[in-house]
Design a protein around this ligand. Sequence first.
Ligand code: SUG
Length: 448
Amino acid sequence: MSIAREYNFDGLVGPSHNYAGLSFGNVASSRNFGSVANPKQAALQGLAKMRALASRGFAQAVLPPQLRPNFSLLRTVGFSGSDAEVIARASRDAPAILACAYSASPMWTANAATVSPSADTADGRTHFTVANLNNKLHRSFEHVETERALRAIFADEKFFAVHGALPSTPAFGDEGAANHTRLCASYGMSGVEVFAYGRVEFEPDAPAPRHFPARQTLEASQAIARRHGLHEQRTIFVQQDPATIDQGVFHNDVIAVGNGNVLFYHQQAFVNEAETISALRRAMENVGAELRPIRVTAGEVSVADAVSSYLFNSQLLYRPDGRMVLVVPQECRENQAVSRYLQNLVESEDPIDELISFDLRQSMRNGGGPACLRLRVVLNDAEATAMHQGVIMTEDLHGQLVAWVQRHYRDRLAPEDLADPMLAIEIRTALDELTGILRLPGLYDFQR
Ligand code: SUG
């Protein structure tokens, strides 16, 4: 057994952050369609969270934004000419597609990949499967640059295996770690990997939501478990309650979060709650641990309140004393039922003793809370040393990134601003400089 820590890789919000209403099924995205975004504030809010957690001693790193707009998408769907002409034509004929090409959605790195720590995998390496995100056009091409970034950061094949995205077809709908939780007795020991799926492609009679899409399939989750070489007795597939997806729970991390032996979840999170919890209990026994469920009832917090406050889209982190901190969005303090619930929770015997809240309003308005903004990667000492060090959050890196944001980001971005050809040039200039700061040369196509 080796000592291992959980690194949180937060997505640095890109300069094109905007509200384009692109995510049917994500109520915040639909509600805020067309409002004016503030990319500078969005990036600074994210950086403030990273800094605060790093300064508390939590292992924190950053993943870079992606190049936008995606000219290759725009050209593939028939817009031609110079870059400026492509933008002008797309903005005139298909503004929604231009918005897709411009989306800053890679900020939500919980959807970047599914990660299995080396203690769980057959070959003893840390495995990553990049998510295909094929349910939404604006997210369906993220995997190309995500794979490149992960390969650059986790380049050492002795320790890491980065798998490309699964085939981009509805049967393999995959949204990454947002539908995956790992429970364990301690990070360095074998854990139980819990995959939550929304529907089953090849079982047409299985329950499925009626109104909103189920973005993750059982087939995709099973494929990932096979690729990663997970042990059957320590791998569990659970189904999200379709009625809850229909209330706006588009990812499982909107309704449940796990850490260590604790599963913090809403009673309406899963199909067959009792069976799901007993299956988890049994699997935990296989790794010598006792499951500690913290169950929130609908009477305490309704699904609607969970969706609007993002109570479960929180980060559950171990403090050095072994107790836990819950990192919540500020909206949890503003919602009466949720804030009352949280007050009781920290005063109870349950292992969550402390709350930290952040203003992440810019991201929240697109349905992205603290947990969406981070990808968890458990690493032992040797693995942590083997990964690229330029992305680890320090005071110095934080200072450099804040100054970079201040130099390059706009503080106002309305949908019509995407037609401005200068925006594409500004983004390219900013990202070119960013690769110097993160020491990731050649990350973007235009640098190759
Ligand atoms: O995929 N929103 C993202 C939010 C992702 C949240 N991630 C997790 N729950 N882990 C999504 O729906 C909105 C973009 C827009 O409408 O402009 C968006 O893509």
